[in-house]
Design a protein around this ligand. Structure first.
Ligand SMILES: [Zn+2]
Length: 106
């Protein structure tokens, strides 16, 4: 499974410049939820150009579905705002795991 491989690849990753790399998640529409590794000096003056995607590119179908899915989650969160924090966390976790299963099933 690519998730496993991605975890192994980034273990103790240090950039060629000697700095640690940071793991981030992209939230642009084209790469929604796609994780990447970037050098801590990336985009800095005199910085480093180290940048690597961890996750494979999203297929067209995922690009069409995920933004809508996230909007649904956001709307759901709105509804839950009045409820307790603990309950809200539970529902968000549930929806996120559901979304992950949904993506992996595609
Ligand atoms: Zn670097």
């Amino acid at each position: 499974m690519w998730q496993q491989t991605a975890e192994e690849i980034i273990m103790d990753e240090i950039c060629v410049c000697g700095k640690n790399t940071t793991r981030k998640t992209s939230w642009t529409d084209l790469n929604l939820g796609r994780r990447y590794v970037v050098c801590k000096k990336f985009k800095q003056v005199d910085g480093c150009a180290y940048f690597m995607w961890l996750d494979p590119p999203m297929c067209t179908r995922a690009r069409q579905i995920i933004p809508g899915l996230l909007r649904r989650v956001n709307r759901f969160e709105e509804d839950l705002k009045k409820k307790s924090k603990r309950e809200r966390l539970f529902w968000v976790a549930l929806l996120v795991s559901w979304a992950i299963m949904f993506i992996m099933a595609m």
